[in-house]
Ligand binder design. Sequence first.
Ligand code: F6R
Length: 261
Amino acid sequence: MEVVIVPDAKAGGELIADAIGALVNRKPDALLGVATGSTPLPIYHALREKVRSGALDVSRVRICQLDEYVGLPAGHPESYRSVVLREVVGPLGLPEESFMGPDGSAEDIPAACEAYDKALAEAGGVDIQILGIGTDGHIGFNEPCSSLSSRTRIKTLTEQTRIDNARFFDGDISQVPYHVITQGIGTILEARHPILLATGEGKADAVAQTVEGPIASVVPASALQLHPHATVVVDKAAASKLKLADYFRATYATKPSWQGL
Ligand code: F6R
């Protein structure tokens, strides 16, 4: 996988927004997979700026969700559907119909998961999939020991992830659902270009294990090593435990410009 070390989160957001811009210029109806949480916000901000300034036309772009809480009432402000509408779809001026996600309030959850994988395939597959990473190495909500070939399905969040996410629920862990629907690791690996952004020291251990550790389901993000075109963008703090940091810096500094991200 390619590792790009950037000075800070803003630079990471701009770099990834540039890659999305290049994709949309060559494929105007690209399917863009989005993650929620704090990390990707600089990407969405940079993308919004490109659209606002007239530098990029995203009017035909389609958006798909990575994961969703199970059991939150429809329209709950912290459901990932609400978050993506608020942070991505709305600000980019896209119609709601351009957006799809798994149905976390479905009565038949396994059927909803299967339908979502089918919908992604029928939409032609995900072009760029933006990913964050959990402190425990999860991508999407594939918690440690998720099958590396898993499909979209229900998962139980670890206590640590529920603690990490309580900040979105007034700091009250009792409000954080136990269950989620997440694209599986197998599903994520089908995206043409997964791009993981990690920022802050709290992610440094997970990043080091993902990039330089063995492929192991106990660090779900390490499955990205199996992808022929996966990119990991990290700020200095998140890169602080990478043994090969100097090599990654030199590689990126001397990268032929025609290669893009
Ligand atoms: C959210 C998601 C998660 C987050 C991860 C990091 O859609 O898939 O994997 O990316 O929990 O969250 P933040 O960015 O808030 O640290």
